[in-house]
Design a protein around this ligand. Structure first.
Ligand code: GUN
Ligand code: ZN
Length: 388
């Protein structure tokens, strides 16, 4: 049920006692369209751009997930952080280790959280301990799909890390799995950094650009989410829109790694589906409010400040549409799942002072995006149950 208090209060079943929440906004639970659970403990690692950052920080960090006790502990800490920050659905990268994804799904299942995740697929250009074996990771994917895809509110995403770390044979295997089970998701990275793009060109000389390395293997569809997409060509934008694919805009990560400024306006004009991602741990915050604030600043540097309602849309219904889940989440419409967040308009004294000067809803939302973080998340509800 949803609607004005005065109309609803008379219709409530007798076992439900209404609660009054003052100085607050109730919105749909936030949706993080791109993040990495194993990178929780390496957030804020200094000084490198993408390829060196991967080699020097990310791969060593992910190697440690061969240890089940470590992986289980980080999966719990990561899930706790999501809830604390009002994120009720996330599309998540694991590591190459199938067990690590088991741990993450187990944490989500324990609170009936809606989560989509996958084991990373890599079979070249990474340390030996992070590479899939002779079957390109197929058996591990099949096992995880069987166990988790469609269990409770969980779904599986095929997760080739990015074109440079998968052989053409591994990408082909991924395309076959996707064709076999069309309800699976596909998540990967694309066009984040100029050196990365040059590397892709040299590794796939027969392809017509970065997107084509995925398109060649039938990985570009309506359930595909591409993180970053900063340096796309017009042709790539058109192709992504035609395929119904989505982009995860990850501003804190893009600024942190010095990757570039996402062209939101061009992507919007191309009719692309866009959501927001924190991209932990290149991203610098679990908070989608802070992420909205950084998205606004990226827009400023491009001469096109992001309107606050569009920022909140990307983190709710826009993210839900990117995941083909807008019938269930990202909205307060009656009949949808009760993933909710209560935003405290007086979370800090400064936010309270600003709100006293912000009569319009747009101004209030904007102040929350610029000043808000986990402190502004008064409550998080997952499937109707309060978890924060
Ligand atoms: N490209 C390939 N792997 C990664 C990763 O882990 N993080 C980011 N930001 N980009 C990537
Ligand atoms: Zn990422």
């Amino acid at each position: 049920m949803a609607g004005p208090f005065d109309q609803l209060v008379g219709q409530l079943p007798s076992q439900i006692s209404p609660e009054e929440i003052k100085d607050a906004l109730v919105i749909p639970g936030l949706i993080d369209l791109h993040t990495h659970f194993p990178q929780t403990d390496m957030i804020a690692s200094y000084g490198e751009q993408l390829l060196d950052w991967l080699a020097n920080y990310t791969f060593p960090t992910e190697l440690a997930f061969a240890d089940a006790a470590h992986s289980r502990e980080v999966a719990r800490a990561f899930t706790d952080e999501l809830i604390r920050h009002g994120t009720t659905t996330a599309l998540v990268f694991g590591t190459v280790h199938a067990e690590a994804v088991d741990h993450l799904f187990s944490e989500a299942a324990a609170i009936n959280m809606r989560m989509i995740a996958g084991k990373v697929l890599m079979d070249r250009n990474a340390p030996e301990g992070l590479l899939d074996g002779a079957d390109y990771g197929e058996a591990a994917c099949r096992h995880l799909i069987e166990k988790w895809h469609g269990y409770q509110r969980l779904s599986y995403a095929l997760t080739p890390r990015f074109a440079p770390t998968s052989s053409p044979d591994q990408l082909a295997m991924t395309g076959r799995l996707l064709a076999e089970t069309p309800s699976l998701y596909l998540q990967t990275h694309m066009s984040e950094n100029p050196s990365e793009i040059a590397w892709v060109t040299s590794l796939f000389p027969e392809c017509e650009g970065y997107l084509d390395t995925y398109d060649t293997f039938n990985l570009v569809g309506s359930r595909s989410v591409f993180a970053h997409c900063i340096h796309l060509t017009d042709r790539e934008r058109t192709r992504l829109a035609d395929a119904g694919s989505s982009i995860a805009f990850c501003p804190t990560s893009n600024l942190f790694l010095g990757s570039g400024l996402f062209d939101y306006e061009k992507c919007k004009q191309a009719n692309l589906s866009i959501g927001l991602g924190t991209d932990i741990g290149a991203g610098t915050s679990f908070s989608l409010l802070s992420t909205m604030g950084e998205a606004y600043k990226v827009g400023q540097l491009r001469g096109a400040p992001l309107p606050p309602c569009e920022a909140f849309y990307m983190a709710t219904l826009g993210g839900a549409k990117a995941l083909s889940l807008d019938h269930a989440i990202g909205t307060l419409a009656p009949g949808t799942e009760a993933d909710l967040v209560v935003l405290d308009m007086k979370a800090t004294s400064l936010i309270g002072r600003r709100m006293a000067n912000a009569p319009r809803l747009e101004d209030r939302l904007f102040a929350l995006a610029i000043l808000g973080d986990d402190r502004a998340i008064a409550r998080t509800y997952i499937d109707g149950r309060r978890v924060k």
